[in-house]
Design a protein around this ligand. Structure first.
Ligand code: COA
Ligand code: AMP
Length: 636
C-alpha cells in the first residue's frame, strides 16, 4: 500500500459513503427546482429506487433560461465548429434559449407534449441540440439515433419508442461523401410498424431533401413561424430521454434517463470531475448520437453555464492530424474529452506531435478519455506531448456519467497508465466472480456497482423494467453487473480490461456482435456464424466474422464475404465497420450445440485456450486459432 496520493478524494468519497443522502442533497442545490424533492432517495420506487421523488423541474430551463436570467445571455453557449463546412457558428445563451423556445413551440404545434416521444436522427449540427433541448422544454422524451446507423436500425428504434414526430436533416457530411439522411428516414418509416405523425427536416446547403407533403415540414420555416413555448415543469422521475444502446442480443436496449437525478449528477460532475464552471469552455469530441454527446456536448456543460464546443469533423483528415488541436486552441478550450481511438488515429499520422506544436494550447488544463480502455502507450504518448493531466475515466450509456476516474476538484491521482482511476463519490465497486463472490485485490473478475446506483443512472429500460432486472440486477443480488471485467488493486485503483459479454467496442462505438450475427445468418449461403472482436491498431477492436457455409454451396468464398460485408453495412450501418470475414469448416460447439463464444473471444485475444471437455469436435479450436493468428497484426 502506498501513502494516500489524493486525500481530498478519499475524504470526499468517504463523506459520500457515510451519508449518501447528504452528499446528493448538497449537489441538488446546483439545480433550480420548481418543486424541491420531498425525498432525496426512495428505495421503494422503480426497479432499484428513485432519486429526488416528489421534485419538479425543467431540464431545459436549467440549461438555458436560468443562465439568461442570471445575466449570462451574451455568453456563448454553443460554438459549432464544422471542419466539414469550414465555418464556425456561435450561439449565445440568449440566442440558444430563444431558438429552442421557438422550436419547442413548433413541436407543440405538431401535437408534441409531456411524455410524447420524438426521435432525432441528425448529423452534428446545432439544430440537433436545439431539438433535444426543445423536447426537454416540453417534457417530451427524445431519442437520438446516431447518424452512422442504417435504416433498419433506425426503424427498430422508431418501432420501439413510437415517436409522434421525427426530427432529421437532409444530410450528414463525412469525409469524401455526403450522407443522404432523408432517404434512410423514409426507408426506416416504411419498415417500422409505427409511423410518426410528422417529420421535421433541416435542409443543409450541401443537399436538399424532397419533403412529402402533409407529413414532412421544413425545420427553418417551422421554427421561424412558431411562438416561443415556456418550459413545462416535469417530475424529477419523469424520463428526459431514451438512448438505445447495443445489448448482447440483436435488439438494442432503450436506456432511460430521468430529469432530476440526471440534472443533479451532471451539474455536479462538471466541477468535481472536469474542474470547469460557468464561463469556461468545454469540449467533448463525440457525437450527439452517443451518451458522451448527450451528457457532455449538451446537458452537462449547459447545466453548468459553460460554453460547449460542438465539432463536426474527424481527428484526422479534416484536414490533417492537427484538427483537434486547432479546435482546442481556436476556442480556448479549458477541458477536453475524447476517445483513445481518436488519439491513436492522430498518433499514427503525427507521432512526433508536429501538428500539435503549431497551436497555442495554453488554455487547455486537462484531457479526459473514455469510450474504451486506453492502452498505456497511447496514454503516455499524449501526456508527454501535452504536458497536462490526461485522465482516463470509465463509464457507460447506462450510468450517464463517470463510474471511475480522476477528480480535478478533489485532487488528481498521480498518472497510472492503464488504470481508469478510482470510483466517483456515488459509486461503491467490487470485482466479483461468476457466483457473485468478491475476488482478492488485483485479481480479474466482473466489475459490479453496489445498489443503489447514483443519480443520473438509468432507472429502467424503456417500457421494460423486467429486462433491466434481468440484464443488470439478477446475477448478483444487491449489485449492478456492468458487463465489464477488470481488477481493483490494493490501493483501490480500478483497471477496466474489456467486456465480458458479446458487446465490442469499435473506434469508441459500442456494438453488438449478436446484431451482426443476425445479419450474417440471414445470408442464403450461411449455415452458422460467429462474430468476434479482433485487435485493431487504431479502432481498438474490429469485428471479424467466422462463417460456416451451407452444405453444397460452391460459390467463390471471397464473393460471399463481399456480400456479407455489404449486408452488414446496409442493415446496421457503416459505423459497424464490418470489413472482414473468413469461411471456416466448423465452429467450436458444445455437445448440446452451443457455440463457444467465450473461447472464441479468448482465442482472438491471443490466449491459448484449453480444449473444453464438452466440445464436440476438438479440431475446430485448432482451425480457428490458426485463422485468427494469421489475421492478428504484428505487435508494435
Ligand atoms: N454518419 C454517417 N456515417 C458515419 C458517421 C455518421 N455520424 N460516423 C461514422 N460514419 C461512417 C464513416 O464515414 C465510415 O464510413 P466508411 O466505411 O464509408 O469509411 C464508417 O462509418 C466507420 O466510421 P469510423 O468507425 O468512425 O471510422 P473512420 O475510419 O471514419 O474514423 C476514427 C476513425 C478513429 C478517426 C473515428 O472513428 C473517430 O474519431 N472516433 C472517435 C469516436 C468517438 O468519439 N466516440 C464517442 C465515444 S466517447
Ligand atoms: P457506451 O455505453 O457506448 O458508452 O460504452 C460503454 C463501454 O465502453 C463500457 O462498458 C466499457 O466497455 C467501455 N469503456 C468506456 N469507457 C472506458 C474506459 N475509460 N476504460 C475502459 N473501457 C471503457
Amino acid at each position: 500500500m502506498q501513502d494516500d496520493p489524493s486525500p481530498g478524494y478519499t475524504s470526499a468519497w468517504r463523506a459520500w459513503r457515510e451519508n449518501p443522502e447528504a452528499f446528493w442533497r448538497d449537489a441538488a442545490r446546483l439545480v433550480d427546482w420548481v418543486e424541491p424533492p420531498a425525498r432525496i432517495f426512495d428505495p421503494a420506487l422503480g426497479v432499484w429506487g428513485q432519486w429526488f421523488a416528489g421534485g419538479a423541474l425543467n431540464t431545459c430551463a436549467n440549461c438555458l433560461d436560468r443562465h439568461v436570467a442570471a445575466g449570462r445571455g451574451a455568453q456563448p453557449a454553443l460554438i459549432w465548429d464544422s471542419a466539414m463546412e469550414g465555418r464556425v457558428v456561435v450561439l449565445t445563451y440568449a440566442e440558444l434559449c430563444a431558438r429552442t423556445a421557438r422550436f419547442a413551440g413548433a413541436l407543440a404545434a405538431l401535437g408534441v407534449g409531456r411524455g410524447d416521444r420524438v426521435v432525432i436522427y441528425m448529423p452534428m449540427i446545432p439544430e440537433a441540440v436545439i431539438a433535444m433541448l426543445a423536447c426537454a422544454r416540453l417534457g417530451a422524451i427524445h431519442s437520438v439515433v446516431f447518424g452512422g446507423f442504417a435504416a433498419p436500425e433506425l426503424a427498430s428504434r422508431i418501432a420501439d419508442a413510437r415517436p409522434k414526430v421525427v426530427v432529421s436533416a437532409s444530410c450528414g457530411l463525412e469525409p469524401g461523401r455526403t450522407v443522404a439522411f432523408k432517404p434512410m428516414l423514409d426507408a426506416a418509416i416504411a419498415l417500422s410498424a409505427h409511423k410518426p405523425q410528422a417529420c421535421v427536416i433541416f435542409q443543409r446547403a450541401a443537399l436538399a431533401a424532397d419533403l412529402s407533403p402533409g407529413r414532412d415540414h421544413d425545420f427553418a420555416a417551422l421554427e421561424a413561424a412558431a411562438s416561443p413555448h415556456p418550459p413545462v415543469p416535469v417530475a424529477a422521475t419523469d424520463p428526459l430521454y431514451i438512448l438505445y444502446t447495443s445489448g448482447t442480443t440483436g435488439r438494442p436496449k432503450g436506456v432511460v434517463r430521468d430529469n432530476g437525478g440526471h440534472a443533479v449528477a451532471l451539474a455536479n460532475s462538471m466541477g468535481m470531475i472536469y474542474g470547469v464552471g460557468a464561463g469556461d469552455v468545454y469540449w467533448a469530441a463525440s457525437d450527439v448520437g452517443w451518451v458522451v454527446g448527450h451528457s457532455y456536448i449538451v446537458y452537462g456543460p449547459l447545466l453548468a453555464g459553460c460554453t460547449s464546443v460542438m465539432y463536426e469533423g474527424k481527428p484526422v483528415g479534416t484536414p490533417d492530424a492537427g484538427a483537434f488541436w486547432r479546435v482546442a486552441a481556436q476556442h480556448r478550450v479549458k477541458a477536453m474529452f475524447t476517445a483513445p481511438t481518436a488519439l491513436r488515429a492522430i498518433k499514427q499520422r503525427d507521432p512526433a506531435g508536429r501538428e500539435l506544436a503549431r497551436y497555442d494550447l495554453s488554455a487547455l488544463e486537462a484531457l479526459f478519455l473514455a469510450g474504451e480502455r486506453c492502452d498505456p502507450p497511447t496514454s503516455v504518448w499524449i501526456a508527454e506531448l501535452l504536458g497536462r493531466p490526461v485522465v482516463d475515466h470509465w463509464w457507460q450509456t447506462e450510468t450517464g456519467w463517470t463510474i471511475t476516474g480522476g477528480f480535478r476538484a478533489l485532487g488528481l491521482f498521480p498518472p497510472r497508465p492503464g488504470s481508469g482511476g478510482k470510483p466517483a463519490p456515488g459509486y461503491e465497486l467490487a470485482v466479483l466472480d461468476e457466483n457473485g463472490a468478491p475476488v482478492p485485490a488485483g485479481e480479474n473478475g466482473g466489475l459490479a456497482i453496489r445498489l443503489p446506483l447514483p443519480p443520473g443512472s438509468a432507472p429502467t429500460l424503456w417500457e421494460n423494467p423486467e429486462g433491466f432486472r434481468r440484464a443488470y440486477l439478477a446475477d448478483w443480488p444487491g449489485w449492478y453487473r456492468t458487463g465489464d471485467g477488470g481488477t481493483i488493486d490494493a490501493d483501490g485503483f480500478v483497471s477496466v480490461m474489456g467486456r465480458t459479454d458479446d458487446i465490442i467496442n469499435v473506434a469508441g462505438h459500442r456494438l453488438s456482435t449478436g446484431a451482426m450475427e443476425e445479419v450474417l445468418a440471414a445470408h442464403p449461403d450461411v449455415a452458422e456464424c460467429a462474430v468476434i472482436a479482433v485487435a485493431d491498431a487504431v479502432k481498438g477492436q474490429a469485428p471479424f466474422g467466422l462463417v460456416v457455409l451451407k452444405a453444397g454451396v460452391a460459390r467463390e468464398e471471397s464473393e460471399i464475404v463481399r456480400e456479407l460485408v455489404a449486408l452488414v453495412r446496409e442493415r446496421i450501418g457503416p459505423v459497424a465497420a464490418f470489413r472482414e470475414a473468413q469461411v471456416v469448416a466448423r465452429l467450436p460447439k458444445t455437445r448440446s450445440g452451443k457455440i463457444l463464444r467465450a473461447s472464441l473471444r479468448r482465442i482472438a485475444a491471443g490466449e491459448t485456450v484449453p480444449i473444453p471437455p464438452t466440445i464436440d469436435d476438438p479440431a475446430t479450436i485448432d482451425e480457428i486459432t490458426a485463422t485468427l493468428a494469421a489475421r492478428r497484426p504484428a505487435a508494435e
